[in-house]
Write a protein that binds this ligand. Structure first.
Ligand SMILES: Cc1ncc(COP(=O)(O)O)c(C=O)c1O
Length: 386
């Protein structure tokens, strides 16, 4: 049976280049990067070299990158680190949005239960935050603005360049979760750049369990992990050199192909939309028509036209060899409809009848033809006209 993986927003395979680059660092060059002997120095050189390579992709000094265990830790570190540090100076207010990843939303809940005030901004019909709303929400006690660059469920891009400019003007740190957009599209959308930025290797053909947080020079964050003095004292624990090397290799090669790949995926996305809208009743494309990641296509079936169960759709697609998702990877497995889709006004049955297809570098037009044909068959079989 043909197999098609369209869940690259959940995770990507490690690229052969990244795998090859990492391999020597598991057992050949295995030293602890903090050791003074030659073994340690070899590991240190690989660590520092990889840090510089990733920093160059972000256009920031290497000294501003802290390696973490992934996007979740980077988000937790940014929010908790800034929040607890700022509270010492009387700032205890955080601005975020209802459509953030749970790594941000749940950390905000935690901070709220610890006495912080959290403003959760609404999103428009496409899932986008308004920069004007950010400006209005700022108070003299605001400690942090945290808003994602690209939404992991619908792909919509926030105006983070403009928001960075607003936050800078007000002297308030701005954190952005760029886990989905790093190396897929340019991060600098004009206006300014975030002071803190979360990225993760496994979304860009690197290994799982490694990510980074950019922390602008001069900012002080409360320590996240306590122990050794690694990562300039910000994140204790022996550095995972093989994963860091794989991260740098994967990110660099993806960024090299970024423009061409983005254009290719944009074209695939349009073709897929055309086929689905032409062949199926009640298809709604979620997200912004143009300000979107090229590789995410999120659709719902309008409950006023057709009644269909999202879990059954996924199950039947899987039987046809097709991997997709009903929401973000971290919430898949739960039957609750996506918080992003309900936040932007979808009714529950429609939000529940949603699918996220996310393309990767290996996705072809033939793959998508197959997926569209199979989906049309499945919907015809299990959908009930409303
Ligand atoms: C936007 C976003 N932020 C954070 C994460 C968490 O990243 P990680 O899996 O590296 O912890 C994800 C993963 O799905 C994501 O899509």
């Amino acid at each position: 049976m043909r197999r098609v993986y369209l869940d690259h927003a959940a995770t990507t395979p490690v690229s052969p280049g990244a795998l090859g680059a990492m391999t020597p660092y598991f057992s050949g060059v295995f030293g602890n990067a903090s050791s003074v002997h030659r073994y340690g120095q070899e590991a240190r050189a690989a660590l520092d070299g990889s840090r510089s390579r990733i920093a160059r992709l972000l256009g920031v000094p290497a000294g501003e990158l802290v390696f973490t265990s992934g996007g979740t830790e980077s988000d937790n570190h940014a929010l908790r680190g800034v929040a607890y540090e700022s509270r010492k100076r009387g700032r205890d207010h955080i601005i975020t949005s209802v459509a953030e990843h749970h790594a941000v939303l749940d950390t905000c809940d935690l901070l709220e239960s610890d006495g912080f005030r959290v403003t959760r901004l609404p999103v428009d019909g496409s899932g986008m935050v308004s920069a004007g709303d950010v400006r209005k929400a700022l108070t003299p006690r605001t400690a942090l603005v945290t808003l994602m660059h690209a939404n992991n469920e619908v792909g919509t891009l926030n105006p983070t360049g403009e928001i960075a400019g607003i936050a800078r003007e007000a002297g308030i740190p701005f954190h952005s979760d760029a886990v989905q957009s790093f190396c897929k599209i340019p991060l600098d959308a004009g206006g300014g750049e975030p002071d803190l930025l979360s990225i993760s290797a496994h979304k860009c053909y690197g290994p799982k369990g490694i990510g980074a947080l950019r922390v602008r020079r001069g900012m002080t964050l409360e320590k996240f992990l306590h122990g050794g003095g690694q990562e300039r004292g910000m994140r204790a624990g022996t550095e995972n050199v093989p994963l860091v090397v794989g991260f740098a290799e994967a990110a660099e090669s993806l960024q090299r192909e970024m423009d061409g790949e983005a254009a290719r995926q944009r074209a695939l996305r349009s073709q897929m939309i055309g086929r689905l809208a032409g062949g199926l009743p009640g298809v709604i494309v979620n997200g912004h028509p143009t300000l979107t990641l090229p590789g995410i296509l999120n659709i719902s079936f309008d409950s006023r036209v057709i009644s269909i169960d999202g879990e059954a759709l996924l199950f039947n697609l899987d039987l046809a060899g097709i991997a997709a998702s009903s929401g973000s990877a971290c919430t898949s497995g739960s039957v609750a409809p996506s918080h992003v889709l309900t936040a932007r006004g979808r009714d529950l049955p429609t939000a529940s009848a949603s699918l996220r297809f996310s393309f990767g570098t290996s996705t072809t037009a033939e793959d998508l033809e197959y997926v569209a044909d199979e989906l049309i068959k499945i919907v015809t079989r299990i959908g009930k006209p409303a």
